[in-house]
Design a protein around this ligand. Structure first.
Ligand SMILES: Cc1cc2nc3c(=O)[nH]c(=O)nc-3n(C[C@H](O)[C@H](O)[C@H](O)COP(=O)(O)O)c2cc1C
Length: 146
């Protein structure tokens, strides 16, 4: 099992376009045994992908070429013992979340804007970050379980 985290800058997108990315992701990922979490916040995407290494890396190559975002920056990759998002083909967190639920993840996302290794943990390369994201998803409810 393998995981990969990247950050990118979203090109100008409507909500419908963001939803389209999510719908395509969920369909493809479900069929290729990929799970993960996608964060869209203040014009940034942060995505955590997990699955078989070749499948995840091949998908990342495709994502990098996508014209709907730019400055795709790989934050971390490597082998993992088990999945974090085994029930989600692509969980989703965005600005649409209630403020109170979003504040914590927002703080973590902001700390991730510094170069890897120089920023204070937790940032999107850390397990703690994604555990917080997962905790938020549980708190928000079942419509995000996908
Ligand atoms: C930020 C971002 C994240 C994406 N994440 C995924 C993903 O997890 N799974 C996926 O299949 N496509 C994802 N896509 C879409 C792919 O880039 C691509 O459009 C899609 O796989 C369809 O490609 P195809 O038409 O060549 O089959 C993402 C796109 C963007 C911009």
């Amino acid at each position: 099992m393998y995981n990969l985290v990247y950050k990118s800058i979203a090109n100008t997108l409507t909500l419908a376009q963001v939803n389209e990315i999510l719908a395509v992701s969920r369909d493809f990922n479900a069929r290729h045994d990929i799970t993960g979490c996608h964060i869209y916040h203040q014009g940034f995407f942060i995505q955590y992908l997990e699955g078989e290494a070749e499948v995840v890396l091949a998908l990342f190559e495709k994502i990098k070429l996508d014209k709907r975002h730019r400055a795709v920056n790989l934050l971390s990759k490597g082998n993992i013992y088990s999945r974090e998002f085994n029930t989600w083909s692509m969980a989703y967190l965005s600005n649409q979340l209630p403020n109170e639920a979003f504040r914590y993840i927002e703080q973590l996302v902001d700390s991730g804007t510094e170069p890897v290794g120089k920023s204070i943990l937790p940032n999107p390369t850390s397990k703690r970050f994604w555990l917080a994201a997962k905790a938020l998803l549980h708190k928000i409810g079942h419509e995000n379980f996908n």
